[in-house]
Design a protein around this ligand. Structure first.
Ligand code: PAF
Length: 255
């Protein structure tokens, strides 16, 4: 597995690749959910590329950015096991030589759900994904459906800008108790970890959005939103762990 800290070296290597390229962009702290994206990419492409870059422009809260887990050695071991061919580790200067002067703004759906609670978040996500897709020049890029709003916005951005890449949405990987895998789960303390699976269980129940929000608030969650839209129920809610708040998101298909 080749690890590129220099984008110059990556570009030289990229020119030597023949056949299809699969790409999994991440912010590191990889878990089984990421591993399943990587394994699918390896199955479906001649070469697979992983990027690890904690993108500051998508964090509207500096504490959240500071707390974001960093586990590079473990991430590289997971990538190697999955059969990844290349890992790119860009730095801020590589991604934002323009100092974030140019941005990708979606003007409708990005202001709803998570976007309504995290100003600027999706502009940061779409901008970095556009840049990474241009750097990697993949045939297929893989995204988890846990971040369903992100997946839809990226898929539609690729259509809107006539980008020559297939966006592949992959099912959410869960713990046995239903908790959606997330890099932030390692930040949950024992008490919060016990409460965390209730989010998914309630989303699957026949209660109304408002009843679910009320139940979660009673348990100690701070609810950002529970919203049913387009045949899916979306949720974001925070659990307090010591002096920090850990934000969980999830969504389920409604029959
Ligand atoms: O889902 C993520 O980990 C990030 O939002 C992404 C797509 C890697 C962009 O930074």
């Amino acid at each position: 597995m080749n690890v590129f800290e220099s984008l110059e070296r990556w570009r030289t290597y990229r020119r030597t690749i023949t056949g299809s390229v699969g790409f999994v962009p991440t912010m590191g702290a990889l878990h089984r959910g990421h591993a399943s994206l990587l394994e699918r990419s390896v199955r479906e492409n001649n070469q697979s590329v992983l990027s690890i870059y904690i993108n500051p422009t998508q964090f509207n809260n500096s504490q959240d950015l500071c707390n974001y887990p960093k586990t590079l050695d473990q991430d590289l071991a997971i990538a190697r096991r999955a059969g990844v061919d290349a890992v790119i580790l860009p730095r801020y200067e590589d991604i934002y030589p323009d100092g974030y002067r140019y941005q990708i703004d979606e003007t409708q759906f990005s202001n709803e759900l998570c976007g309504a609670h995290r100003p600027g978040h999706f502009t940061g996500v779409l901008t970095v994904v556009m840049k990474l897709l241009n750097i990697v020049r993949a045939d297929r890029a893989y995204f988890g459906k846990k971040d369903y709003q992100q997946y839809l916005l990226i898929r539609d951005m690729v259509d809107a800008f006539f980008m020559d890449v297939e966006i592949v949405g992959c099912e959410t990987v869960r713990e046995c108790d239903g908790l959606a895998l997330s890099s932030r789960n390692v930040l949950l303390d024992e008490q919060a970890r016990k409460l965390a699976p209730h989010l998914n269980a309630l989303l699957r129940s026949c209660a109304t959005d408002q009843q679910i929000a009320d139940k979660l608030e009673c348990m100690g969650y701070a609810v950002d939103y529970i919203v049913t839209r387009h045949g899916r129920r979306f949720a974001a809610a925070m659990l307090t762990c010591g002096d920090r708040q850990v934000r969980l998101i999830d969504n389920v298909e409604i029959n």
